[in-house]
Ligand binder design. Structure first.
Ligand SMILES: [Zn+2]
Length: 79
């Protein structure tokens, strides 16, 4: 009878441990795929004022990159 009680306690402990593991795995799965970091964008310096800005926001002139159309006009006057 004593061994039956020990066996029952072990069985309950195993069942509780298994339920805990299942819950942890269910909680972990949605968090497994974090959003990928944004792709790096090259930085360029304005030829007139030296301000660094992403290349996607810079304006390209004949001699280099500029932060705005005004600086491009000052350095790269249209011929
Ligand atoms: Zn500038």
């Amino acid at each position: 009878m004593k061994y039956l009680l020990v066996f029952a306690v072990v069985l309950v402990a195993f069942w509780v441990w298994r339920n805990d593991r299942r819950q942890e795995q269910a909680e972990r799965q949605p968090r497994r795929a974090p959003p990928p970091p944004p792709a790096p964008v090259p930085m360029v310096a304005c030829r007139h004022c030296g301000t660094h800005l992403p290349q996607t926001e810079a304006i390209q002139g004949a001699h280099g990159w500029y932060c705005c159309a005004g600086h491009r006009r000052l350095e790269d006057p249209p011929a």
